[in-house]
Design a protein around this ligand. Sequence first.
Ligand code: AP5
Length: 263
Amino acid sequence: MKTDYRTKNCRAKWDNSADTCLPLRGQKPRAWRLVLFGAPGVGKGTQAEFLKQRLDICHLSTGDLFRAAASQNGSSQSPAMAEAMGYMRRGELVPDSTVWQMVRERGDCLQCAAGFLLDGFPRTVPQAEQLQAYMEGEGLALDGVLDYEIPMAEIIARLSGRRVCEKCKAVFHITWRPSSTEGICDDCGGRLYQREDDQPKSIVTRLEVYRHSTAPLVEYYKEQGLLLSLDATGSPEDIFARTMHSLQARSESLSKQPAGERV
Ligand code: AP5
């Protein structure tokens, strides 16, 4: 039987729904510290759902944080957050300083003994440098950066057909993962909606922004020996199998590194 090291309360600190997450109940074989990387719509959130179950780690998405802030009423939003919402709606990147402030406020999540799965962060070289400096200061290191790759045409099809549950945030696709009743979430009965930044104009901007500002991180992480490149075509289950295969190889290579070479 699979050991349940954590409780269901993972991410409680990240999304501010509780002061603390519940403690680990045992020693994990490896507390993975991973970054999910790839163009908008490549399927990072979909893979995160599989990975968090299999590896018992927290899924920490900066996009989810901003969307949660956007759903608060205007008066409880800080001026920086209200400004960030404008960038997001247009498909542009939120300024590095605002993003880092939000991540830094949740530093405990990066130190979680269970490990983490960062999704949507870092997205620029300065963000990656901030993360690296922070982790080094805390005596931590990333174990790998999962870089998902698919052709541009498929990205556009994935994004324009995506529908999200407004209640439980489950993700569907009108063609590849349709809900049983159109517009209604299979998991909780909530209403499905199309994200504002999944409109054609925002998609074009997001892909352009990815090419200019985020893609350079591929070289950054390759040079550090952290990049794990993955073909993201095929079914979500196939991609997950490839991901686990890559992590298995990574785990074996990390175990062979002499003590002291990594923190
Ligand atoms: P964020 O929420 O991070 O969006 P993103 O990176 O654009 O990624 P997506 O959530 O759109 O796609 P995904 O790769 O998770 O794909 P999914 O699994 O849903 O960021 C949104 C915005 O917030 C940014 O534009 C920016 O403004 C701001 N932001 C966030 N972080 C920031 C940062 N660090 N710095 C600055 N700004 C920041 O899949 C997509 C669809 O495809 C779904 O419908 C799914 O069902 C379907 N699908 C998935 N896999 C498959 C498959 N194998 N086959 C067929 N369909 C599939």
